[in-house]
Structure formats: C-alpha cells, structure tokens
Design a protein around this ligand. Structure first.
Ligand code: DAH
Length: 339
C-alpha cells in the first residue's frame, strides 16, 4: 500500500493537465484501478482476524489519502489556468474576444439625419436640457396664460427653470447667436410630464430645424422636407400638408407622408387613411424672428420639429417606446455599431 501511494504521488507530481489527472484517477481509483482492486487481489484466507481488521483500516486510509491527493492536484492545475500549468501558455488557443458595443437606435437615426442636413448646408447645433421659461415658451409666442402650455406640462425646477418640452426652445437661442441667414438643425432630448405607456415617454428625442433667409417660402419648406424623407426612407416619398396650429409658426402645418407600408391604399399602420402624420412645421412667426433679433420685414423662414424617437421606432419597427430608455443590453445589441 505504501508503494502504491508513493507511485501515485509521483505520477500526480508529473500531471500537466486535467486529462492527465483523469487518466491517473482511473488507473488508481477507477473500477479496475490498482487501489480499488487491492481488496480483490488480497488473499484474505491467509490473514488472521487482527490482520484483516488492520488491512481494512489501512485500505480506507489509502483510499482517502489518494482522493485527497487527486483533489489537491486538480486545484493546482485549475489555478494554473485552463488545466495547463502557468508558463505553458497555449498560443494556439482562440482569443477571449472583445465585444464592441453598439449604437442606440436613436443615435443611429440622429447621425443619419445630421449627415443628410449637412449635405444641404445646415449646421448642427445643440441646446440645453434645463431651459429658461422664456426660450421654451414666451419667446415662441406662448405667453403664461396660453392654452398651448397645457399640452406641454413639464418638470419645473425650484429656481424657475424647466426641463425643455421641445427642441423648439433652441430656435430663438440660435437666432440670437447666429442671426440671419441661418440653416441649422438641433437634435436633442426633451421632457414632458407624461403617463408612460407603449407610445408615450417622459423622456424622448426630437430634431428641430430652422432655415431663415431672404425670400424663403413654403415651397422651400416642402422641398427640404421631401428631400429629407426620400433620403431617410430610401424611396420617393409622397408628402402632403394639412393646416396645423403651433403658436410659433404662421401658417402652421402637419406634414404627412404617404404610408410606406400600403402606399396609400390603407392599412393598419396608417389607420386606413393612407397617410402617416410625421412632421409638424410652418413658417416662422414674426414674433419669434423679432425675439431672435431678426427683422421679419427683411427675412422669412421655416421651422420643423421631427419626433426622432418616433422616427427610430418606425424605421426599425420598434413596437414599445419603453425599450428605448430601458438600458436592456438584449435590445441594444440588435443594432449596428456604426451608421
Ligand atoms: N415643438 C412642437 C412640439 O414639440 C413641434 C413643432 C411644430 C416644431 C411646428 C416646429 C414647428 O418647429 O414649426 O410639439
């Protein structure tokens, strides 16, 4: 028995992998292993009762010692990494891999829109999430008692500032800063005091656009909007204007595009109207131009506010708005890492 234990220790000392270890375990403690079969190969008839007892005790000790030695060797090999001893790095193993993150669907659509507008000589600006009441409402022709304020309830700070309800809040800031002529878009995050459901969020994204110059007309507005939609949807999109009311534009419109699913025939997506409401827009109100320090006698312009979150949902077929801010990796990793 002592010989067997010595022999086992020596073999374990030479083990270099978990496969080696398993082979040794089978050779000693497997069904036909040399320790297991010891009791079978011993002639108990030749032993006295005391000797038999002694054999039993030593046999159990040997088995326990062997099991312990195997466990210790296993721990040593595993610690050395992947069943191989330290120093013996297997350069042929594949790398652990480095999974790159992906872009958020809203970022993807935003970057695409920025490229499209830069192609039409628009600059890209940004505003502030925390905004002054003046820029979010008053300067946009929405005085304190105006009913339009009710549709845009928001989060107010104790210092009187608010979380902006729309990217339009940046219109007058851009006019003040850059003056006319101006071609700019300003995408960004907006906030409203909303009950959250599958299509409403308290935090969402818009892209605002502003073009102000001498002689800008509704024709320019339609041309730029149509060009934008053709490029976003990679097809010849049909558009129409309906009257819409927004205090900061006159006239104001809702721009619809013909349903991209049924091409006007009527389906579930367009609620059988053949058209999808997409883009509120209009000609910049003289009051707004004046607030921005631009003379409405000399300049005119158009503005539009595109729901970026909604556009991303349409483009990628995302049925549930709450996924957008969920931070759920299973959702996010379905999008590409680049535009
Ligand atoms: N700011 C408006 C909203 O969030 C959308 C909008 C309407 C923006 C008309 C515009 C515009 O620039 O001309 O509901």
């Amino acid at each position: 028995m002592d010989d067997l234990k010595r022999q086992l220790d020596q073999e374990l000392g030479q083990a270099r992998s978990l496969e080696d270890l398993e082979r040794i375990r089978v050779a000693y403690l497997g069904k036909k292993g040399s320790i297991t079969t010891l009791s079978r190969t011993t002639d108990f008839g030749a032993l006295g009762p005391e000797e038999r007892k002694d054999f039993g005790r030593r046999f159990n000790e040997l088995k326990q010692a062997a099991e312990q030695a195997l466990a210790e060797t296993k721990a040593r090999l595993e610690q050395a990494g992947g069943g191989r001893l330290s120093g013996a790095v297997d350069l042929t193993l594949p790398g652990a891999g480095r999974r790159l993150g992906s872009l958020h669907p809203i970022s993807l659509v935003q970057m695409e829109l920025e490229q499209i507008f830069q192609g039409m000589s628009f600059v890209v600006g940004s505003g502030f999430h925390v905004e002054r009441e003046h820029y979010n409402f008053d300067a946009l022709n929405i005085p304190p008692d105006h009913p339009a304020r009710e549709m845009q309830d928001t989060f107010w700070l104790t210092n009187g500032m608010l979380l902006r309800t729309h990217t339009s809040a940046n219109q007058v800031r851009m006019l003040e800063k850059h003056g006319a002529p101006l071609r700019a878009i300003f995408p960004g995050r907006c906030f409203r005091y909303e009950n959250v459901d599958a299509s409403h969020e308290n935090t969402f994204y818009q892209v605002e656009g502003l073009m102000v110059d001498k002689g800008v007309t509704i024709s320019h507005l339609i041309a730029v909007m149509k060009s934008l939609l053709d490029q976003v949807f990679h097809q010849d999109v049909k558009v129409r204007l309906r009257p819409g009311y927004f205090p900061f534009v006159e006239p104001g419109f809702e721009l619809d595009c013909q349903c991209l699913i049924c091409h006007g025939a009527g389906c579930k997506t367009c609620k059988h109207s053949g058209w999808i409401e997409l883009l509120p827009c209009g000609m910049v109100h003289p009051v707004v131009l004046r607030h921005g320090g631009v003379d409405p006698e000399q300049y005119s312009g158009f503005a539009f506010g595109l729901g970026l979150t909604r556009l991303a949902m349409m483009k990628y077929g995302i049925p549930e708005i709450r996924l957008m801010n969920s931070g759920d990796v299973r959702f996010l990793e379905q999008f590409p890492a680049a535009v």
